[in-house]
Design a protein around this ligand. Structure first.
Ligand SMILES: *[C@@H]1O[C@H](CO)[C@@H](O)[C@H](O)[C@H]1NC(C)=O
Ligand SMILES: *[C@@H]1O[C@H](CO)[C@@H](O)[C@H](O)[C@H]1NC(C)=O
Ligand SMILES: *[C@@H]1O[C@H](CO)[C@@H](O)[C@H](O)[C@H]1NC(C)=O
Ligand SMILES: *[C@@H]1O[C@H](CO)[C@@H](O)[C@H](O)[C@H]1NC(C)=O
Ligand SMILES: *[C@@H]1O[C@H](CO)[C@@H](O)[C@H](O)[C@H]1NC(C)=O
Length: 739
């Protein structure tokens, strides 16, 4: 009896449903690898003509590693995502102009696509080639700066030629992964966050159409060309007015948000966190107001390995995203948003089976007058009807408020949304009600590391190590750093024999220098550093020191913090000793005519962090000799229990460098550069966007744990190597894992 009733009810529900519009939830694995078509209408993107919601996890392939990719994709699928979104990173693939593209290891975008295919996920592969992304130089190769007459990201023949060459090459290589060949790629993006030059924007639109990939192209966070879909990039597409502008200006396009920002961390600033409530509010609001494509930027931020971070961005990227940078779930954010995804999926045919619901204002209870009042901060979006009704009650008020809906007095938390379903408005989701989840903690996995140390040789114009002279370049004047180093290293030495007037206290002025760190040595003795991790422009620095000599070897190690990621047509990056260098009033930069330039430290050049080269230098285990000694390398061997190496994806292994240990440098594990570590304290000044407000980490290091990709955690014979620039204490550097 009961069964019959249920069947009748279902039939009835289906007949209500059988409207002309084919809409619902489409996943890549439903397509069984057969060629299919991608399109869009005013409401949604379509797969073989069927509207679908697209829930996207943004994961940048070079910010994680192949073993991680599969785990990240599985977590995305489990969390209700059907789409992976990534940029293509030009400067990761073509470091040197015209060289064969590097698609090795975590640059292997094809393997990334293969794994997405295997895990049943669509891909939005954003070609850029400008990507911004807090990635050094916004993903553009530095060598573009050397091309005569080139202006970046505008109507300029040399630029258009280079960007067209790269994007066309990638477009040809991804052919098997396109929808028309049954692959997972359903869309792409040309350019990014551009708000100048209609002429160039239109050229980009025409160019992307000429690639003939048979997939929609998006343009995000600014202008968009005819034929491309304008997409949002912000913290809240509804409250910031994007949804209403888009419906007005692009009535034939779906509402796509390619970047709902988790925000990211900067060296020397507090660790900002976006609350789970605020993120969920923006996601539910986006869907309520008609959004059919939503992407978490980032969903997994990952790590800026090596020297890939943009100026002053921490090594972990967007660590407060739904997954932490080490790939573990960031609870309650991961699960709380996951519940919302499941509701959107369940009701996707109701939501997309009609036009965007018109927002209806609701009265709110004014306690001061004890009456219901009309306002502008409470509204309702209603989709479907009867048992298939989905209702979003929306309050953008900044404090708790009661509203009146269907004669019910309903209390809403500040900036929150309630989702009600069915004819009796059953509450299924409240963005402001967040459950608690157990947190993973870091535990030591290696009892004690047995370190030994070696310091860079100092105090001469040339370095000779292991009977090799480290290559150098002599010039009559100081050379700009990037012009010598390219994207090979962040460090360059400037050395000279200088004669200067003596003084009781000598004064060294750096005028008009880069945002950079400069470590200064006099006859091999470290006298200190000047630095500025701000991102743009030039600045002056001063350093005082004492010496009774008036002729000595001056050595300056210039350390770049990376290139800025915001790139405009005339952007030119410069690093190193670029301005005037004055000692006790004498312009030594100009008066000295023999400058010895050396890119990389000796240990860096010799790659002593690799097992095969480790014995090129003499390691000393009397650590007290190296306490607070600038430019010291440390190395240790360690083993971990089999369980630790086998589970390094789900229980990540990290190197912990906390305040009071080292200062700044790079960590290598089994030859892989984990990126820059820096124990600079995060000042609680300034604000981050996106309601990122938690200042609980004031005056603590901006980052203390550095992720070791699972590929580099072996059971036996691991080698950790560290180069500490300013000098510090190695004693409390630890290897931990999350449990
Ligand atoms: C373009 O966007 C940038 C960054 O958001 C902003 O500072 C600038 O004023 C905008 N320019 C124009 C012409 O809209
Ligand atoms: C884009 O579309 C607008 C409106 O139809 C039109 O005025 C403009 O010329 C188009 N631009 C290009 C480059 O086709
Ligand atoms: C609120 O708006 C409704 C519908 O627009 C209107 O009928 C009502 O009079 C308004 N109430 C007040 C107190 O202004
Ligand atoms: C509506 O709810 C609010 C908050 O609970 C309460 O203060 C108010 O008196 C209620 N108004 C009515 C008309 O019930
Ligand atoms: C340095 O600049 C010169 C002259 O502009 C150029 O020829 C050379 O390729 C540059 N080197 C690098 C590494 O960028």
């Amino acid at each position: 009896m009961l069964k019959v009733l249920v069947a009748a009810y279902l039939l009835c529900a289906i007949s209500v449903f059988t409207v002309a519009i084919d809409a619902g939830w489409v996943t890549y694995d439903q397509l069984s690898g057969k060629p299919y078509q991608v399109g869009y209408d005013s409401r949604a993107f379509t797969i073989n003509g069927k509207r679908t919601i697209l829930l996207a996890a943004v994961i940048h392939y070079p910010r994680s590693t192949p073993i991680q990719w599969r785990d990240l994709f599985k977590k995305a699928k489990e969390n209700g995502m059907n789409l992976i979104q990534t940029y293509v990173f030009w400067n990761a693939h073509e470091k040197v102009r015209g060289q064969e593209y590097d698609f090795s290891f975590n640059n292997d975008v094809f393997k990334f696509l293969d794994i997405a295919r295997e895990e049943g996920l669509f891909v939005n592969l954003r070609l850029g080639p400008y990507v911004c992304a807090e990635w050094t130089y916004g993903g553009l190769p530095l060598w573009l700066q050397q091309i005569e007459g080139l202006k970046l990201r505008t109507t300029n023949a040399p630029w258009q030629k280079e960007m067209a060459r790269f994007t066309t090459d990638i477009s040809r290589l991804i052919e098997p992964y396109l929808a028309r060949n049954g692959g997972p790629i359903i869309m792409s993006q040309i350019e990014n966050e551009i708000n100048w030059s209609d002429e160039y924007v239109d050229w980009c639109g025409a160019f992307s159409a000429n690639l003939k990939l048979d997939i929609p192209f998006l343009m995000c966070g600014g202008k968009s060309a005819n034929g491309t879909v304008n997409a949002a990039n912000s913290c809240n597409g509804v409250d910031e007015g994007y949804t209403s502008r888009h419906v007005r200006d692009h009535p034939n396009q779906p509402l796509a948000m390619t970047e709902n920002e988790a925000w990211f961390q900067r060296w020397g600033k507090y660790q900002g966190y976006r609350s789970t409530e605020n993120l969920a509010y923006s996601v539910a609001g986006w869907i309520a107001a008609g959004g059919s494509y939503h992407a978490y930027y980032m969903w997994h931020g990952g790590n800026n390995y090596g020297i890939t971070a943009s100026a002053s961005t921490t090594t972990n990227y967007a660590n407060d995203a739904n997954l932490y940078s080490d790939g573990t779930r960031n609870e309650p954010k991961y699960s709380h948003c996951g519940f919302m995804h499941k509701i959107a999926i369940k009701y996707s045919s109701v939501l997309l089976g009609q036009d965007i619901a018109v927002a209806k204002r609701l009265p709110w209870w004014d306690p001061s007058t004890s009456s219901w009042r009309n306002g502008t901060s409470q509204q309702v979006y209603e989709y479907g009807s009867g048992d298939n009704k989905v209702t979003f009650l929306y309050s953008s008020a900044t404090s708790t408020v009661a509203l009146l809906y269907n004669n019910k007095n309903i209390t809403m938390s500040k900036k929150s949304i309630k989702v009600l379903v069915g004819r009796d408005d059953q509450l299924v989701y409240d963005t402001s009600i967040v459950k608690e989840y157990p947190k993973m903690v870091e535990k030591d996995v290696v009892n004690k590391l047995e370190w030994s140390a070696w310091s860079e040789p100092l105090g001469s114009l040339q370095q000779v190590v292991a009977s090799r002279t480290i290559p150098f370049l002599v010039s009559g004047k100081l050379l700009e750093q990037l012009n010598v180093t390219g994207e090979d290293t962040h460090r360059m030495w400037y050395r000279a024999q200088v004669s200067v007037p003596s003084a009781e206290v000598s004064k060294l002025s750096f005028n008009g220098m880069a945002a950079n760190a400069y470590l200064v040595f006099i006859d091999g003795e470290y006298i200190g550093q000047v630095y500025d991790i701000e991102v743009r422009g030039t600045r002056n620095y001063k350093l005082e020191f004492k010496t009774n000599k008036n002729s000595y070897i001056l050595e300056i190690l210039s350390v770049s913090y990376g290139q800025h990621n915001e790139v405009y047509p005339d952007t030119r990056e410069t690093k190193g000793v670029i301005g005037d260098l004055i000692i006790n009033g004498k312009d030594v930069g100009k008066s000295v005519t023999t400058w010895v330039h050396q890119k990389k430290l000796a240990g860096e050049y010799l790659k002593i962090y690799q097992e095969s080269n480790r014995d090129l230098v003499h390691w000393d285990n009397q650590l007290e000799k190296f306490k607070n000694k600038a430019l010291t390398w440390y190395t240790a061997k360690f083993n971990v229990p089999q369980k630790v190496s086998a589970q390094a994806v789900t229980n990540p292994v990290l190197v912990k460098v906390d305040a009071g240990t080292l200062n700044r440098g790079h960590i290598y594990v089994n030859g892989f550069d984990l990126g820059m570590y820096y124990t600079i304290l995060g000042k609680c000044v300034g604000t981050y966007p996106c309601s990122v407000i938690d200042k609980s980490m004031c005056d603590q290091p901006s980052q203390t744990s550095y992720h070791i990709p699972p590929e580099f955690v072996k059971e036996n014979g691991n080698i950790i190597s560290i180069i500490e620039e300013q000098g510090g204490l190695i004693d409390n550097v630890k290897i931990v894992r999350k449990e």
